[in-house]
Design a protein around this ligand. Sequence first.
Ligand SMILES: Cc1cc2nc3c(=O)[nH]c(=O)nc-3n(C[C@H](O)[C@H](O)[C@H](O)COP(=O)(O)O)c2cc1C
Length: 203
Amino acid sequence: MEFRDLLPHRRMVRHYAPEAVPRDVVERMVSTVRRAPSAGYSQGQRLLVVTEEAGRAEIARIFDEVAGWTSPDDREPWLESAPVHILVCTREADYHERYQRPDKLQDGDEIEWPVPYWFVDAGAALMLLLLAAVDEGLAAGVSGVPLDAAAEIRASFGVPDAVSLVTLVTIGVSAPDPGWSAVTSRKTQPRRAPDEFVRWERW
Ligand SMILES: Cc1cc2nc3c(=O)[nH]c(=O)nc-3n(C[C@H](O)[C@H](O)[C@H](O)COP(=O)(O)O)c2cc1C
């Protein structure tokens, strides 16, 4: 699909049909992250892909119970329905290691980081996953990872301390949107027009 055709189909989907996503499709989607930009080519992005039922149920349990997610009674299941969970992570140390190499040193020192590039790069990886899902005829959603949930996921799935969990991406065949999902979508508020967020030549 051409980019200009694909992009309008990208939106957060928070409810999925029971169909499984074949392994080769998951592999294609996660492989797109090889093409993600990364500061200094640090390649600090990491993905934890969870497709087995027990692992997905554990993530759903953690978000529901540990992180205290509460939902309206009429809620359609989100995490519970998704056949693919991907935790988008970043390893900050990769950036420090890279920027301590001679070509990146400034007056002999590691740069003063203008913003944390490791999170910028995780965002780029996240966007590729979202678009790759649409390109495969699937849908994706994103959730933040509350701190309590991150600690539990780290313990349950053996995520090393050096790796930060940035977001959870859910992927699958889309099912009808839960009603509550409209609150944070274009169904209740328009997307900003370019002239509201773009300044030309001077702020
Ligand atoms: C970093 C990040 C964290 C997000 N966290 C959540 C979340 O915890 N729960 C949720 O329902 N949506 C979450 N979203 C999805 C946004 O709410 C969604 O992208 C936004 O409302 C715009 O809707 P759209 O993606 O369908 O255009 C998150 C998105 C991003 C980029």
